[in-house]
Design a protein around this ligand. Structure first.
Ligand code: B12
Length: 594
């Protein structure tokens, strides 16, 4: 089979990228000064690292629990860790580990952090702040988001190691995340590979965590490509770098069959590895808390069954049921942890009822497709001159290729131009099915006369996202396509001024933005200001999570900014219907639409 053409080598790996071996050696040299320290968790558990603790719990068949803390203030985070751990312990519930959501400004090199815009997470000033977190309770601290995979990786990793954290990530983010106004992906690669060298040289096992859904897995249309990415990342981290990879999945995996099968497939390709956590299926939270409890039960039960069958060391992650509304509060985290503990007691009794034949058949398909994807990826990149034995070259080439081009070139399924990924999926990702269904529903909801006028008008809309969240953008693009409006790709994590310039250059009729990171008002303002500077008056529509953390906020929680956005002259869109309405208003009205 002939593969679609790949970009020339120098586009993927610029000559100024230093050799991976040099970066790894620099990282290893730093291990003389930066080594894993002790903390409350390691002392209380009497272990050298979290991997040892996990192996012990897995041997006992115990289901471990992971809680995610997403507050902005250090004091509030410390208080929440202690309260969640203490209250749960008093109820007989063990919270084994805490995930800390660092702020995206922590992704920049330290000297630049203060001047950069803040997001919704916590800012830690140095090793002492990290140590306050790792000593807040006798539970493992997991630093994943905005640690590794970004230009500030090395400083963050040094501080976390010194504080005794032994599960560090998030390699998945290296492949997808882009910080605002940061275009130097060579510097990002240098920092990440050096940090990985430092981790590999530690005297105790440090897990290199990768949340697949944060990386390409959330964007591959075929789930077997996601498993293939596990193999590619394991090759990078374990074979080329000599550290230990630890994979996490879950956000986008809803059906219990799919969760069970993906876990089974992951276990079969991860022999000897210990997992960090199985992430909550946050995309299934679409209801009020009472309804979301059903989604929580559905995915947790599957994870408990999966771990009961093959304990991979992963903890389960009961996501609080308010997560789709806002960043959850402490009592909601405690409720979710208590719920998970009780469910583990119930679920074990029911595990014998599961049809493992169906699970194993899907798992086999994922493994087979994943192996094909990984082998094709490495062979295809070698063919265009990438040194796949050089971690830095391989990582940067993958990052620059991106999930769509990777899947089209190396996916396991047969080529099919009609399919989402350009190939027939071995196991179609659930989010693709759902988005396609939603897009048809929104497009089908407009009156036929309006639909016909819209189609005839030949409008173009430039569609972009302000951050890594891409599904809203995908949904809008697909909906527009069904309506005969041409969607132009304005990019993901695109800077506001670049988007405005692209919209003007393309002569777009409308700009459609999807935003999620608690920066909606700032971003909308920046786009309108950039348009004004360019003397353009293109209408702007914005949807997603229309909230922002006020500068003077005590709670650190974002507040709704819909009205302020409207006051800028930008159209806030709760759903695609508002954008469609806007587009129909742009074309000549008829009697059907007064
Ligand atoms: C999937 C998801 C992710 C995935 C994204 C995968 C991907 N590549 O797209 C991953 C795992 C990567 C992720 C990462 C993060 N996430 Co997230 N994520 C979600 C989640 C679960 C779903 C969002 C989504 O895609 N929905 C699917 C879309 C299609 O549906 P919808 O959102 O309901 O959109 C509707 C409308 O809004 C509208 N719409 C959307 N956009 C647009 C645009 C236009 C023009 C129009 C007309 C309409 C429209 O269309 C839909 C149908 O009506 C939400 C929680 C939730 N359940 O909503 C959190 C959430 C959005 N994430 C959040 C956060 C904080 C993050 C992180 C910063 C966390 C972290 N520290 O790592 C990172 C981002 C890192 C970064 N670099 O920016 C927060 C945002 C907080 C806030 N602003 O209040 C949320 C709300 C979770 C929470 N409660 O904390 N996330």
């Amino acid at each position: 089979m002939s593969l679609p053409p790949l970009p020339p080598r120098d586009q993927l790996v610029p000559p100024r990228l230093p050799p991976g071996a040099e970066l790894l050696a620099a990282g290893r040299a730093l291990a003389r000064d930066w080594q894993v320290g002790r903390n409350a968790f390691l002392d209380a558990a009497g272990v050298a690292c979290e991997a040892d603790y996990k192996r012990r719990a897995a041997g006992e068949g115990r289901i471990m629990q992971h809680a995610h803390i997403g507050f902005r203030s250090v004091e509030r985070t410390l208080g929440a860790i202690a309260e969640v751990h203490g209250t749960c312990a008093a109820r007989g519930v063990t919270v084994d580990r805490f995930g800390i959501t660092l702020d995206w400004s922590m992704g920049y090199p330290p000297a630049e952090r203060r001047a950069r815009p803040r997001g919704t997470g916590i800012v830690l000033e140095g090793p002492e702040d990290f140590a306050r977190i790792t000593n807040a309770a006798p539970a493992a601290a997991h630093f994943g988001d905005f640690m590794m995979g970004l230009p500030g990786a090395l400083e963050n990793v040094k501080a976390a190691l010194a504080a005794g954290a032994t599960a560090l990530g998030n390699l998945g983010q290296y492949f997808t995340f882009r910080l605002p106004d940061w275009d130097d992906d060579v510097a990002t690669t240098e920092a990440t590979v050096t940090a990985l060298g430092l981790i590999a040289a530690q005297p105790v096992e440090v897990l290199v965590h990768s949340n697949l859904d944060d990386g390409f897995a959330g964007l591959f249309a075929d789930m077997s490509s996601a498993l293939g990415m596990v193999l590619v990342e394991k090759y990078i981290v374990e074979t080329l770098i000599g550290a230990r990879a630890s994979h996490c999945f879950g956000h986008h995996f809803t059906a219990p069959l799919v969760r069970l099968a993906f876990h089974r497939a992951l276990a079969s390709v991860s022999e000897g590895s210990v997992g960090t956590m199985i992430f909550g299926n946050t995309v299934s939270y679409k209801s009020v808390p009472a309804g979301n409890f059903a989604s929580l039960a559905s995915y947790l039960q599957a994870d408990i069954w999966a771990l009961g069958r093959t304990h991979t060391g992963h903890a389960v992650n009961p996501v609080p049921v308010t997560e789709n509304e806002r960043i959850p509060d402490t009592d909601e985290i405690i409720d979710a942890q208590t719920f998970a503990h009780r469910l583990a007691e119930h679920a074990r009794a029911a595990s014998g009822l599961v049809n493992h034949a169906e699970v194993d058949a899907l798992a086999d398909r994922l493994v087979e497709g994943g192996r094909r994807f990984a082998a094709r990826t490495l062979a295809g990149l070698a063919e265009i001159g990438i040194d796949t034995g050089d971690a830095a070259q391989l990582m940067l080439a993958l990052r620059r290729l991106g999930p769509k081009r990777m899947e089209a070139a190396f996916g396991a399924g047969a080529p099919d131009p009609q399919a989402w990924g350009g190939r027939r999926a071995l196991a179609l990702a659930e989010w693709v099915e759902e988005l396609e269904h939603e897009a048809r529903r929104w497009a089908g909801a407009i009156p036929p006369a309006d639909a016909a006028r819209l189609k005839a008008a030949g409008l173009t809309a430039i569609v972009a996202s302000s951050d890594v969240h891409e599904h809203g953008k995908n949904l809008v693009e697909r909906t527009l396509r069904h309506l005969g409006v041409t969607p132009l790709d304005g990019g993901t994590s695109v800077d506001a001024d670049d988007l405005a310039a692209a919209a003007v250059a393309a002569g777009a009729d409308v700009i459609a933005i999807s935003t999620y990171n608690g920066i909606a008002l700032r971003y909308a303002r920046e786009v309108t200001e950039a348009l004004a500077r360019l003397g353009a008056a293109i209408p702007v529509c914005i949807g997603g999570r229309l909230n922002q953390i006020p500068e003077d906020s005590n709670s650190g929680l974002p507040v709704d900014v819909t009205r302020e956005i409207a006051a800028l002259g930008v159209t806030p869109c709760a759903t695609p219907a508002a954008l469609i309405l806007h587009l129909t208003a742009l074309i000549e009205p008829t009697q059907e639409t007064p």
